[in-house]
Design a protein around this ligand. Sequence first.
Ligand code: BJW
Ligand code: ZN
Length: 284
Amino acid sequence: MPSPIDTVPGFVLDAVRKALSEGRLLAFTGAGVSAESGIPTFRGPGGMWRNKRPEDLATPEAFRRDPEGVWEWYHWRRARIARCRPNEAHLTLASWAWAGGVRIVTQNVDGLHDLALELRRPGSLGQGGAGSSLAPGPGSGPPRRGPPEPPVRLHGSLFHTRCTACGNVTPYPFEDDPSEEGPPTCRQCEGLLRPAVVWFGEALAPEDTDRAFRWATEATVTLSIGTSAVVFPAAQVPLTTLAGGGIVIEINPEETPLSAQCTLHVRAPAVQAVPALLGSPGHP
Ligand code: BJW
Ligand code: ZN
């Protein structure tokens, strides 16, 4: 069976291997990386959440107008996403992150990169399959040991809340959502809680954009995986690597506005293309 990377030129494969060995490969991900985990994308074929457009519900105006309705949408999405598991694309990136080869900047709010990192934690029960043989040998391959840098979650997290009164950000695991009815309230001040995500028209957290754009500048190769590349400022992350003279590889079955600018595109689903392109630490 042909591999999705059969047509990738040798100089690009060499650049990917070098970037992995130097810890200078950046994975910039969007909803498409989680599509094969069963999570719908926002746009494109098979996109949309319960027939809602993000532009209609993912806004501060929608929340002010109808907090119950917006929370109903989020409760429904949280319930659905809580059942989903990381796929081979998340797990391959997580293995390389533990090996110090990859940094991850995601637009996703689903927490699957974080879960994949837990599953690929050396010695964890979940670490198996490709991961079990991955722990890099001393002196070989990627440069860093110890816990990976946490992924940058540019658009926040579905599993955290922020208080609209006191601003407190708190983990909100799915198990804490017993009734799935109505908006939750703050334990400190009883204010209305909102999902700790970034809605349209809201600024991204400066510490997140600082880290994301620094990593994009330091990257010699950025993979733009499963994103329509239409939402800014996130869509500037791969453009920053390009502007610095680095290589950008788009992994997406569909064309996007980035396609014309990137170095190369791989028109295949993330679960096929990411493992094929990166291999696994110790077995590239
Ligand atoms: C597969 C696959 C498989 C399928 N394998 N691939 C011009 C310049 C700059 C900004 C703007 C501008 N015009 C308008 C703006 C503002 C706006 C914006 O960008 N709008 C555009 C839509 C035009 N941006 C903002 O408002 C941002 N804030 C801002 O600009 O603040 C300015 C400010 C400064 C100072 C003070 C105050 C304000 C905020 C943006 C927040 C986005 N939030 C959301 C919702 C998060 C919460 C939630 O989930 O409920 O984030 S919207 C939604 O889109 C979500 C996503 O993270 C984001 C990106 O979507 P993504 O991940 O790309 O998904 P899709 O569905 O679009 O694409 C999936 C892709 O996967 C497709 O291409 C498929 O082909 C592919 N695929 N299967 C690989 N198996
Ligand atoms: Zn509060």
